[in-house]
Design a protein. Structure first.
Length: 420
């Protein structure tokens, strides 16, 4: 089944040679390399790599009141979900035997770098969905990078800067692409300290830089083009389904839009509605490319049980379930970044104001990966505390196991404590 599933032609490996050279250049030459790369790729040279606080403040002041209200609602709801459902206990403890305790402590990252795309679409909402869980996790230092824009004097898009300002994040860099990931991984003397973790979506070069630098720095995922799959039966509303497919296809020429249905009438109606919407869309060419590519399709199935099998095999970033028994069917979905149930839970809601995360696994990686939550910004540390009696109780077992692995030093480290 996997070979027949619609997928974008998105090869991170093909971008690695270019990205490796960029990362090496940033490591060797720091700010000078980043400035040259910005001029080459972004067609603008920022006045400084770090955005001055007065530029951020001006962006906040310039927000239209209605947009500011929308941003603040998104922040409030995302923070609410983070605090009430994603925030892990600071410490859990178990006594495995008298005098033998193991604690699991959640420790936040000290410093993280968040990447916010600013190319085809300035994704200011990604600031919310990256920064809020990091703040709730207790990360002390948060830095954000977003590409410099020629039309905004070499600074990132002002809405992106405004969201940073509303969140109280003032370490913001006008740096995009692979060079931003390299800056976060290696640091730039006098400009930016290295981080422990890089998160956030981006283009193929950002994804390739994450792969290249993983191990130097932690990463959340290698995000690919966005995806939507809709699992719909005869009860689904064609106009709603079509609008939702178009909403994700407009992101990128490689964006995927997939309808999985057992109803030929729904398939025909949705296809017709999509065609109408595309013709009237300001980004018609981009939509035509994404919807005609190998990553987008209408998949006809025998029934919704087979549809569920297809949905689980596909592992969509966003999965909408528009069926008569949507909640029950959704409860049996194993593989999806986020699941949207019923006609009034469109993906657009999750992108902005639902309170859920919109930084999600793509390319079928929902089989083993999760979206970006508070947990991504913490690490677990076991704290072991045994007293003498508790050690004595298991000493022979530890020695036997160590000797079986031909590690006598391990055995001695226990037996010496018993005077042997």
């Amino acid at each position: 089944m996997d070979a027949a599933l619609p997928r974008a032609d998105f090869s991170i490996d093909s971008a690695l040679p270019v990205v490796a050279a960029i990362c090496d250049d940033v490591k060797a030459r720091g700010a000078a390399a980043i400035t040259e790369l910005s001029t080459k790729f972004d067609h603008v040279t920022p006045a400084s790599l770090r955005v001055p606080i007065e530029v951020i403040d001006a962006a906040v002041a310039g927000l239209e009141p209605k947009l500011r209200d929308a941003i603040e609602l998104a922040i409030t709801r995302r923070r609410q979900v983070c605090e009430q459902t994603e925030l892990a206990p600071v410490c859990r403890s178990i006594m495995v035997a008298p005098g033998a305790r193991v604690d699991t402590r959640e420790v936040p990252m000290a410093r993280v770098g968040l990447y916010v795309p600013g190319g085809l679409a300035p994704l200011a909402s990604s600031v919310v969905h990256n920064a809020v869980p990091a703040q709730v996790a207790g990360v002390e230092a948060i830095a954000i990078a977003s590409p410099p824009q020629p039309e905004f004097d070499g600074w990132p898009h002002p809405t992106i800067l405004a969201v940073c300002g509303l969140l109280g994040v003032d370490e913001v860099y006008a740096v995009g692409g692979a060079q931003a990931i390299a800056m976060f991984a290696y640091g730039v003397p006098g400009v930016c300290q290295p981080v422990d973790l890089v998160t956030g979506p981006g283009n193929i070069y950002v994804a390739a830089a994450k792969r290249h630098l993983q191990g130097v720095v932690g990463i959340d995922s290698e995000a690919g083009p966005t995806e939507i799959a809709i699992l719909g039966d005869k009860t689904a509303l064609p106009y709603y389904a079509a609008a939702d497919l178009v909403s994700q296809a407009e992101h990128d020429p490689l964006a995927a839009a997939v309808l999985i249905t057992d109803d030929i009438y729904l398939a025909e109606r949705v296809e017709n509605e999509v065609m109408k919407m595309v013709k009237a869309h300001v980004e018609r060419e981009r939509l035509e490319t994404s919807l005609s590519g190998p990553q987008s399709a209408i998949v006809l199935v025998r029934d919704m049980e087979q549809g569920l099998e297809v949905a689980n095999a596909y592992g969509a970033e966003h999965l909408e379930v528009m069926t008569a028994d949507a909640a029950e069917l959704a409860s049996r979905v194993r593989n999806a970044g986020a699941i949207f149930i019923g006609p009034y839970s469109p993906v657009s809601l999750g992108d902005y104001s639902a309170g859920s995360t919109h930084v999600l696994p793509t390319g079928g990686t929902a089989r083993f990966a999760s979206g970006l939550t508070v947990r991504a910004f913490t690490k677990q540390v076991h704290v072991i505390s045994y007293d003498a009696a508790a050690l004595d109780e298991v000493a022979d077992d530890v020695v036997a196991f160590a000797l079986a692995e031909h590690l006598p030093g391990h055995a001695q480290a226990v037996s010496v404590r018993q005077g042997r």
